[in-house]
Design a binder for this molecule. Structure first.
Ligand SMILES: [Zn+2]
Length: 228
């Protein structure tokens, strides 16, 4: 059986590969909050198990098998979070910690039963895309809020943050998956975004605006649809 830390390293590599390929040992060590030496030790083990390809001074890449495992663990995590929240009523700020532990030990059979019960969801609790049953990752088509146009009607698709404090703040201002909003101003001097959400004006800092993903609402509106 694979260890929990193997799974966690593969997940971290999958995440980093969306930004740079190959991944540097330094970036991996930073994300895993370990020294470069221990990250290198782990990478060498993963390379022996053929879960990554590694060349010193060049970086590390997931092998097809490493990627398959990473996507399976990510699917487990996101399905478990939804299941805990929706079927068991566990509060949304607690489900992440639970899922971090369960994702490694749950069987595929049980996770797929959870997915069936949930109606085979495509997105997780915070709107994250869920890898499909066969291991394919759907294409990300939305954008980062920080880059969105002023005046466009937007829908939140994902909040890329697991921090309970951040999530509580967003809930308190009415921002979560599926919320509608509009950027009214992008302040050049301090990089803050002024937005309208739920009839109120709110201000978002630049780092938060980087971690919220949005899609533009279609311009053509059906007559019955209400505008924000
Ligand atoms: Zn989580």
């Amino acid at each position: 059986m694979r260890s929990q830390s193997t799974d966690d390293y593969l997940k971290a590599l999958y995440k980093l590969e969306t930004e740079e390929k190959p991944v540097s040992t330094t970036a991996l060590a930073r994300l895993m909050k370990v020294t470069a030496a221990s990250a290198t030790g782990m990478i060498q083990r993963l390379a022996r198990d053929k879960l990554v390809a590694y060349r010193r001074y060049y970086g590390v890449r997931l092998s097809p098998e490493g990627k398959r495992i990473a996507l399976r663990v990510i699917r487990n995590h996101r399905i478990i979070e939804l299941f805990l929240a929706e079927e068991l009523g566990v509060s949304w700020d607690k489900v992440h910690q639970e899922a971090e532990a369960w994702e490694h030990v749950v069987s595929t059979e049980v996770v797929e039963k959870m997915a069936d019960r949930l109606g085979n969801p495509k997105r997780g609790q915070r709107g994250q895309l869920i890898p499909e049953r066969d291991g394919a990752m759907p294409e990300q088509r939305d954008h980062v809020l920080a880059d969105a146009a002023i005046g466009a009607l937007l829908r939140v698709t994902e909040v890329e943050d697991d921090d309970a404090g951040v999530l509580q703040h967003l809930v308190s201002i009415g921002l979560g998956p599926d919320s509608r909003l509009e950027i009214t101003e992008r302040r050049q001097y301090d990089n803050l975004l002024v937005i309208r959400v739920g009839g109120k004006t709110e201000i978002l800092g630049p780092s938060l605006a980087q971690r919220i993903r949005v899609a533009r609402l279609p311009v053509v509106r059906r007559s019955k649809e209400k505008v924000v």
